[in-house]
Design a protein around this ligand. Sequence first.
Ligand code: BGP
Length: 480
Amino acid sequence: MYSAKMPDGFLWGGAVAAHQLEGAWNVDGKGMSVADVMTVGSATKPREITDGVIEGKNYPNHSAIDFYHHYKEDIKLMAEMGFKAFRTSIAWTRIFPNGDDEQPNEAGLKFYDDLFATCHHYGIEPVITLSHFEIPFNLVKKYHGFTNRKLIDFFVRFATVCFKRYKDSVKYWMTFNEIDNQAAYTEDFLMATNSGIILNGLTDKEKEAAMYQAAHYELVASALAVKIGHKINPDFQIGCMINYSPVRPLTPSSDDVLLADKFEQRRDWFSDVHVFGEYPKEVEAYIERNGYRPDITDEDRVVLKEGTVDYVGFSYYQSTTVSAEKVKPDELNDLSKAIAKNPTLERSDWGWEIDPEGLRISLNHLTDRYHVPLFIVENGLGAYDKVEKDGSIHDDYRVDYMRKHISEMEKAVELDGVDLMGYLPWGPIDLVSAGTGQMDKRYGFIYVDKNDAGEGTLKRSRKDSFDWYKKVINSNGADL
Ligand code: BGP
């Protein structure tokens, strides 16, 4: 298998999000976020988004793996693997419990002071996402999330407070996690988590119109934050974060090839705006042709130009394959209609296609398009783990998945000349799945004793992959 040493300073580590591991959902003044009103689902049953917290329902994010009270032990384990960087998010509702509060919550700010100090104690660089699927629920109910321009101010206030407070302890930032997920605007779950909008009862056309508005306000909010962040500390590296999935045509037919292109454009525009500071022509034409009239002012366009990002952070889990049998290229609106099963790829237990070469293709595509440094800030395999009688966990499937992906990443850096900042696989410690709310969809090198029903001791233990990843980091990627 191909392997190569990564450049000096390469940021090996892992990535999580506050709401998926911290727990302590209403402790020390934290307010309720959209993640706190979501129940447990499964591979086949979507999570329910409830109207607040209803007694008797299981809300897994409320306690998660209680990282809030275990972070010292958890960061120590990550340091043992040799982590150089740790990506997490700042829970917006720990800082502004309702989102529209005038003053921040000191106890929330203090928690992250302590967390970042613990990281630095071990020489681990924090990499921080400002908004990772945890918008204050009050902003969802009172303002309809990012369909309301006021959300720009609330987000910018939150970002500014964080930039000022952590200006000497955090260098790497990202604004909105997987901002492009909302391209799949018919999925109510994604619209709620990404943009804080609950679209019950709207037609698909209305949902799409709401998405273009919310996405625009998020992009303006992001650009303003980038601009302000650079003023507060010119050394900040502030990136965007997209869910990148290279698009493959199912057959070599012109329709399939064109459809794959159109599909890709419809997702790439989010990162286009972040990097170039302007909308791509294709998307402006599409919005116009479909009669959507999002509120986009001339002033907004100036802001977008002034707040372009320093790097593109992205998650990579799988590629996407499309077929024009299902929808013709010019009729493409609801992206989910174009997706076909790729007959050449294996799937995880949750149906996610496994495509290591897709990672190399992604790195090449993003480099060609953007000419800025890239950062892999999520990648990994969600799987069921079996704990043996002696407590060991032989997760060779996880090692196999990661080894193949890292090998493709190393080809992209070494053979294709990609400028890559680091590799932060998802969920180095088991945590609550964002998509399903399950605990048993596990990504970790560190096992946490807790199941889907919420039972367990929360004890942490090392899986086989723990030692394997430690060896990879120790050899700077040469020993896979
Ligand atoms: C990404 C999210 C993460 C994470 C990951 C895995 O989309 O940014 O928050 O959860 O996917 O997804 P899941 O947890 O549904 O397996």
